[in-house]
Ligand binder design. Structure first.
Ligand code: G3H
Ligand code: 13P
Ligand code: ZN
Length: 284
């Protein structure tokens, strides 16, 4: 199957009141794990590439590997740019065949974020590519910020309304208490804020930094309108666990396939669990 757009997946997720997992890929094993998990659960899936992934694997490798996987897959696959940093990069991704892009203008002032997002939308709309934008700042778990800075980084519901009215993005990433990476404690999500955003904003909401968020909180977020859930760190953890287990048992192992094979299985397992949690299993 050719890549499907994020819009198509989000429309179905909205109608069915579930979320679709967006899993970060960095190499062939991760792409295979994502697709195998989605096929096993009969779920639509989003494969996404971050700045780090593009730097590591190269844009054309990511597109070629994911395209092959999607063509052979029995489930719909969307290829999405995660945290796109510039207009130029988004254009490169569209040209290479991505079916969806995120333009992350969250560090900009509202007006500038709107302007940049609209510039991307003009082109993306013309070629049938979906667009996710971000409002509020989703930082990393390692960021050393004060409580008031943390509060200030959250998405303002009124601003979200203005942003969506003036752009018309297909999905909006919001800051409601999650962060990228491994949490030190248990993250606390601001559900009131999420409910308010949802009340004012009629587009699918995206939850970033979702690895390590308790299952109950994920279920509640989906109930409140989250339709795309980003997972990277949990995949990394599963990968390293798989590698470490093999090497602990056999420190002299030199066959990469015997090391990466079990790592791939571990990643597939966690991705299947997440798909079931998000409610997209059986929706392909
Ligand atoms: O958005 C954050 C993702 O975890 C990607 O991180 O740029 O290190 O691949 P990365
Ligand atoms: P985690 O690594 O915390 O799961 O976050 C992933 C993410 O939001 C990618 O955009
Ligand atoms: Zn993110």
């Amino acid at each position: 199957m050719a890549f499907v757009t994020l819009k198509e997946l989000m429309d179905k997720a909205e109608a069915g009141k579930y979320a679709v997992g967006a899993f970060n890929c960095n190499n062939m094993e991760i792409i295979q794990a994502i697709i195998q998990a989605a096929e096993a659960e009969k779920s639509p899936v989003i494969v996404q590439a971050s700045q780090g992934a593009i730097k590591y694997a190269g844009l054309s490798y990511i597109v070629a590997m994911t395209r092959l996987a999607a063509e052979e897959a029995s489930v719909p696959v969307c290829l999405h740019l995660d945290h796109g940093t510039s207009f130029d990069q988004v254009m490169q991704c569209i040209r290479q065949g991505f079916s969806s892009v995120m333009i992350d203008g969250s560090k900009l002032e509202l007006e500038e974020n709107i302007k940049l997002t609209n510039r991307v939308l003009d082109v993306a709309r013309a070629v049938g590519v979906s667009v996710e934008a971000e409002l509020g700042k989703i930082g990393g778990t390692e960021d050393d910020i004060t409580v008031s800075e943390w509060e200030a980084s959250m998405t303002d519901p009124e601003e979200a309304k203005t942003f969506v009215e003036q752009t018309g993005v297909d999905a909006l990433a919001v800051a409601i208490g999650t962060a990228h990476g491994q949490y030190k404690g248990t993250p606390k999500l601001d559900f009131e804020r999420l409910a308010k955003i949802r009340e004012l904003v009629p587009v699918p909401i995206v939850l970033h930094g979702s690895s390590g968020v308790p299952d109950d909180a994920i279920r509640k977020a989906v109930e409140l309108g989250v339709r795309k859930i980003n997972i990277d760190t949990n995949i990394r953890e599963a990968f390293v666990k798989g590698v470490n287990e093999v090497l602990a048992k056999n420190p002299n192992e030199i066959d990469p396939r015997k090391i990466l094979g079990p790592a791939k299985e571990k990643m597939t397992e966690i991705i299947r669990e997440k798909i079931r949690l998000f409610g997209s299993g059986g929706k392909a």
